[in-house]
Design a binder for this molecule. Structure first.
Ligand code: HEM
Length: 549
């Protein structure tokens, strides 16, 4: 049974839209396309009915639900930013993360505990803190560049390097370095492996470090739960029956606890007198310990050990896979756009000449005014790569969306990947026509322009540039990090990592076109929507000039 008044597909008895979800999973690698497909046909507010939907039988059996899809970017922004009290983080999302990090931000509803954690950790996304972390990002990126330079020398004619794990390990190294003050040295291990085996091929790598394999198991388990029909049972089912997950979480917890106890012991040994204030701490763990001391002195409540462990886990899981997925898409996309690579490199060398001799600093790399094309390329990669295809919210009370009644408890999907990739000026008249049914806060106006319909599906960084060449961040809908109080906590860190990655890769290498069989676009959606293949053919620019003149 669908929710009354809201457009829906022709439903199949007992299972509703499950066949559509299954077809999209099979054909496109993700059930999330069922929401995009429904929205594209039925308009800005529609619904996907899973199982028994909104029926009384479902209230007894608990098999399925009617999920409302909101696909108008202006209203999505309004729901996320201005109507957060009416639409909270979905219980389904909390259930996905509840077994692995029950007291981490990703799983917590927007109540006092969540706000306390966000205040506690907020310093880690401040400009001074990110500036101090930038050399750590640079170190890991440099290790990746060195690894690819060594591998490139071993490339045979038409040979390729499998970059999937290299990129994943680099992002895990970065996040470990920022969180604990020490990298996992996953990329360095690969370099040592190549150095020790001069006859090994360009893609030859040692076994993935155990910590990285365990993190992957945890992420896969979270991803496998998406669209599970009984989300509230997920944490219990995972803890009781998933042996692989149990092993991975036990080992990861032991590792995090060991790092926590070592940091606590070092901290106690060093004494308190000379300690830096929390905002000057050298890594997230040290910052937490420093905050703890300050809060205890003020008689405020510190985080418990379980809460600290879960937030360290939040950084490790939330901060690595998302960024790695975006980097993987970026090298694939750039290899298919040689002119973009040349223009990006030219901008970097002209506007940041020091980049030829040393990596950029935080203020240099984050300067959107000085580096408009880098910003445009990055925004366009994030627009096209659909790293997070959708976010979910639950209505906390009976309310109205674009004139449609939404009962309390309804789950809503906001397909951010689809709207930023597809909403064009063709829908402008229809969008303008919604003015009278928009919420009072939304009626204050649209925050972005529209994409031109004939180019909306293309990869085209120029769309982000004004006529005078300056960067325009509001040229069209763009929501890869979601928005509002529950939007991505790590957005600033992710953007710095990505800007550094793109710059360092592009200044060092030209990413050559790939043979067809290594240039496929199949994706698989777990927690993020990641490419199944990620190969590269990096050519050092010096060699490029020798080869192509
Ligand atoms: C390209 C990289 C990234 C993308 C595309 C991305 C995207 C997202 C999205 C779409 C959400 C959901 C927000 C919502 O429900 O409205 C989210 C949440 C979150 N992200 Fe990211 N993210 C990225 C990198 C990071 C990094 C580096 C961290 C580092 C700590 C991070 C930490 C988090 C956390 C803690 C949340 C939960 C926030 C909350 O519950 O309020 N993310 N991210």
């Amino acid at each position: 049974k669908p929710l009354p008044h809201i457009p829906h597909n022709k439903l199949q008895w007992f299972v509703g839209d499950i066949p559509l979800l299954a077809r999209m999973a099979k054909e496109k690698g993700s059930t999330s396309y069922a929401f995009d497909d429904t929205a594209a046909r039925l308009g800005p507010v529609s619904q996907v009915v899973v199982g028994l939907g909104d029926s009384w039988a479902n209230k007894i059996l608990g098999f399925g639900q009617a999920i409302v899809v909101l696909s108008d970017s202006q209203e999505i922004h309004d729901v996320l930013v201005n109507r957060a009290d009416e639409f909270d983080r979905s219980k389904m999302i909390s259930a996905l993360f509840a077994s692995t990090l029950p007291q981490g931000m990703l799983a917590l509803p927007t109540k006092e505990q969540f706000k306390h954690h966000k205040r506690y950790l907020g310093i880690t996304m401040s400009n001074p803190y990110l500036a101090r972390m930038t050399p750590r990002i640079v170190d890991s990126m440099q290790e990746l560049i060195d690894l690819w330079a060594t591998s490139a020398k071993r490339l045979e004619n038409n040979g390729v390097i499998n970059a999937l794990d290299d990129i994943r390990l680099a992002t895990i190294d970065v996040i470990a370095s920022i969180t604990f003050g020490q990298s996992f040295y996953g990329v360095k291990a690969s370099q040592e492996h190549l150095d020790a085996n001069p006859s090994a091929g360009a893609s030859s790598r040692p076994e993935i470090p155990q910590m990285a394999a365990d993190l992957e198991t945890l992420l896969d388990t979270i991803g496998d739960g998406v669209m599970f029909p009984f989300p509230s049972l997920l944490p219990w089912l995972t803890r009781t029956f998933n042996r692989k997950w149990l092993k991975a979480i036990t080992k990861t917890h032991a590792n995090l606890r060991r790092r926590l106890y070592t940091a606590q012991a070092d901290y106690a040994l060093e004494g308190n007198s000379e300690r830096p204030a929390a905002h000057k701490a050298d890594n997230v763990l040290e910052m937490i310990l420093e905050r703890e001391r300050e809060d205890k002195e003020k008689g405020l409540q510190a985080l418990s050990e379980a809460e600290v462990i879960d937030e360290l886990m939040t950084f490790a899981l939330g901060g690595s896979e998302t960024t790695a997925t975006t980097m993987q898409w970026s090298v694939k996309i750039l290899a298919n756009h040689p002119a973009v690579q040349r223009k990006l490199r030219a901008e970097l060398l002209a506007k940041l000449p020091s980049i030829a001799v040393r990596p950029p600093t935080y203020s240099e790399i984050s300067d959107e005014v000085n580096l408009p094309y880098l910003s445009a390329v990055l925004y366009e990669i994030l627009r096209c790569s659909r790293t997070a295809s959708a976010v979910a919210r639950d209505a906390t009370r009976d309310t109205v969306l674009l004139g449609y009644p939404i009962p309390k408890g309804t789950q809503m999907i906001l397909p951010i990947g689809m709207v930023q990739q597809m909403e064009s000026d063709e829908s402008k008249d229809a969008t303008d026509g919604l003015a009278s049914v928009r919420s009072p806060s939304s009626q204050r106006g649209r925050k972005t322009g529209y994409w031109a319909a004939d180019k909306v599906l293309l990869f085209d960084p120029e769309r982000w540039l004004r006529e005078d060449g300056s960067f325009n961040a509001t040229a069209g809908p763009w929501l890869p990090f979601s928005a509002g109080f529950r939007g991505c906590f790590g957005q600033k860190l992710a953007l710095i990592e990505l800007r550094m990655f793109l710059s360092m890769v592009q200044v060092n290498f030209f990413l050559d076109a790939l043979p067809e069989e290594f240039n496929t676009w199949t994706a698989r959606e777990t927690v993020t929507n990641h490419p199944v293949q990620c190969y590269i053919r990096p050519i050092l620019w010096d060699n490029m000039e020798k080869i192509f003149g």
